[in-house]
Design a protein around this ligand. Structure first.
Ligand code: FES
Ligand SMILES: [Fe+2]
Length: 430
């Protein structure tokens, strides 16, 4: 249970808020690079700020205040130039640093004043990695954009899936350190929704949580696993400050504002040996719907089920009314770490998990449960015969609505016919 004041401290992310300041110290994924194949401007809202993300005529990306520094027109309706964006109202042009570099009328009628020199818009650094566009909104110099080892895995078909979830980011991130929900939400409830059967999967017997440089790991023993299983010896990663790493995929919960979260998934699938060597041309990005055609929340896929839990907790979960219990030890540890980090930042200390040295930022490994299943070369026959791997090759089990063009790309890459997931979620196993 938390007081409303402490709940605000964890959840509010706007400019000037304590958590807003902390999160601004980290690079955030904000879009897929491939989204800019056929568009050059996109308005985004990030940590409560309205911004325009663009790719200019020379292929450079930038992130600026959405509203023009002149009289506030919407720059996302503007046009890109060789350098930066030009406003559609009076033609002022801004570069990636936010500097106004052209004022058409003023530069023509009063060139001697060079008044554009004094005009600066809010601008944030942008970097590209792993098929994603990343933004950094904190004080400079920016830390390194983490080069997680997974981003360099070869012979993979990777896809990026994005959804907007109408609730606060922190309850989404608490899901990254919540092992027991898998048994109940994804196995038992998911199965009930899908089949109507009254049936319960293996129970959790023991949990453990550990902290490391880049977050926490959670560890489980279930009725059907032992302390020798990697689910206990390695664990899954609650990635600091707003990610989740499960081996073959990352999830990030990026705050749009206090009331909305951008869920971004980066999913790698190793192609079967028959397809090697495989080099992916471009990582596709698709937007996963949260509602079906009838306006009902989708509950058939893993993350759609998670979204329902998060949204069900309220737009901002009221933590003054909760009753934490033994399964919530990880959540307690994570909140405590956030409170400590918020205090430390106010005292001028460097936040947790930042990488400053470029030499240390090379294929940074993370703990990875069942890692060999993810990166090992296997034949199609071996994949087809594996108890839990095949579903990853014949469907996208994490979210509903994978577009046909992505299914087509995945089918070609994987050599399996990829369709919509239409089964029951089963836990991965050794
Ligand atoms: S409002 Fe943008 S140039 Fe005038
Ligand atoms: Fe989940």
């Amino acid at each position: 249970m938390l007081s409303p004041e402490l709940n605000d401290r964890l959840t509010r992310v706007g400019p000037g808020t304590p958590m807003g300041q902390l999160l601004r110290r980290y690079w955030m994924p904000v879009a897929g690079i491939s989204e800019f194949n056929d568009r050059s401007l996109k308005h985004i809202r990030l940590l409560g700020e309205d911004l325009v993300l663009y790719k200019d005529l020379t292929g450079g990306f930038g992130l600026l205040d959405r509203h023009c520094a002149h009289r506030r027109a919407d720059l996302s309706l503007g046009m890109v130039e060789a350098q930066g964006v030009r406003c559609h109202y009076h033609g002022w042009q801004f570069n990636a640093q936010g500097q106004c570099i052209h004022q058409p009328f003023e530069d023509t009628a009063h060139p001697e004043r060079n008044s554009k020199e004094r005009i600066r818009a809010t601008a944030y650094p942008v970097e590209l990695k792993a098929g994603l566009v990343w933004a950094y909104m904190g004080p400079l110099p920016a830390p390194q954009l983490p080069d997680w080892e997974a981003f360099s895995w070869a012979n993979g078909f990777t896809q990026i899936v994005i959804s907007e979830v109408p609730c606060n980011w922190f309850q989404c991130q608490e899901n990254s350190i919540d092992p027991v929900h898998f048994e109940w939400m994804h196995e038992n409830w998911g199965n009930r929704q899908r089949t109507g059967e009254v049936k319960y999967g293996a129970k959790h017997l023991e949990l453990d949580f550990k902290e490391f440089e880049f977050g926490f790991t959670y560890h489980r023993i279930k009725e059907n696993t032992t302390s020798a299983d990697e689910a206990w010896t390695v664990g899954r990663v609650c990635l600091w400050p707003n990610g989740f790493f499960l081996g073959e995929h990352f999830e990030w919960r990026v705050p749009i504002d206090d009331h909305n979260t951008l869920s971004i998934t980066w999913k790698y699938t190793r192609v079967p040996r028959e397809r090697e060597p495989y080099v992916q041309g471009q990582i596709p990005t698709w937007y996963g719907p949260v509602l079906d055609a009838q306006g009902k929340w989708i509950d058939t896929h893993v993350m759609n089920q998670d979204f329902l839990a998060w949204v069900g907790q309220g737009v901002i979960a009221d933590r003054s009314l909760e009753q934490l219990s033994a399964s919530d030890r990880g959540i307690v540890a994570m909140r405590r770490r956030f409170f400590e980090e918020l205090d430390a930042l106010e005292n001028g200390q460097e936040p947790k998990g930042l990488i400053r040295d470029p030499l240390q930022n090379v294929q940074v490994p993370l703990p990875m449960v069942y890692g060999d299943q993810v990166t090992q070369s296997r034949t199609r026959a071996e994949i087809a015969a594996h108890p839990t791997l095949k579903a990853f090759y014949t469907s996208y089990i994490f979210q509903a609505g994978q577009p046909d063009w992505v299914k087509q790309l995945a089918s070609e890459a994987l050599g399996f016919q990829v369709g919509e997931f239409d089964g029951v979620v089963v836990p991965r196993q050794a």
